[in-house]
Write a new protein. Sequence first.
Length: 250
Amino acid sequence: MTRALPLEDALMRMQRDLRRALAKDPREIRWGMVIDLARCIGCHACTLACVAENKLPPGVVYRVVLEEEVGHYPMVRQRFVPRPCVHCQNPPCTKVCPVNATYRDEQGVVRVNYLRCIGCRYCLVACPYAARTSDFGERYTNDTPEMPGKLFGRRAAFAGYEERPAAEYGRRWPDRNGGSPFGNARKCHFCLHRLKVGMLPACVTSCIGRATIFGDRTDPDSLIFEALGSPRLFRLKEELGTQPAVYYLK
Ligand code: SF4
Ligand code: SF4
């Protein structure tokens, strides 16, 4: 059976949905994500877009794409499962934080306050989705040899990439140099800094399979609302009662 082509690209539709959401009373927004596993081709573009957007150091990845084999031999196929922080509505990670550095905001996004976080990593252990990582201050340019001159060498590479500040949570986070978010717990935050200025999260805009749907779950005219009505819908580890705001389509 051939599928009718959608009249409008999903990104254009989500962009319109986002504009509508941002015009609302912010207290009425509930951000959410639906990932269509039938559309994900495992290209990892979302992972890389997220790393670049948030200037993540080596070993810190917010959006991993898990790979699994489904079916029974010989009828097996590979399936890709992108897994960001699923923004639990009942998050185990926030309950164990001894300094209240991590919390769920009024729009359903689970945040980390880097200025409060003491890096104890209790939340990493409590997260049943392994969605949190710790920033040990590694740099991609650490192994770049130092060379004389301004254009080459470690210093130039560092200035060209790692010295530029990241924009998470709407603040400037320049070269870590021992300061936040170095030593802190880190994870996906739905690109709050982009949402704030009317841009979709980096993983959404870079997804060439249009497998990632994002928006305000309470807007009945939105693409995400439509996706949430699908009979293919499920959530990861539903039995734990964590109630993720990230859903999947089988
Ligand atoms: S690592 Fe930071 S956010 Fe996590 S529990 Fe410890 S203080 Fe809280
Ligand atoms: S997926 Fe993990 S880090 Fe994200 S809200 Fe749930 S428990 Fe917290």
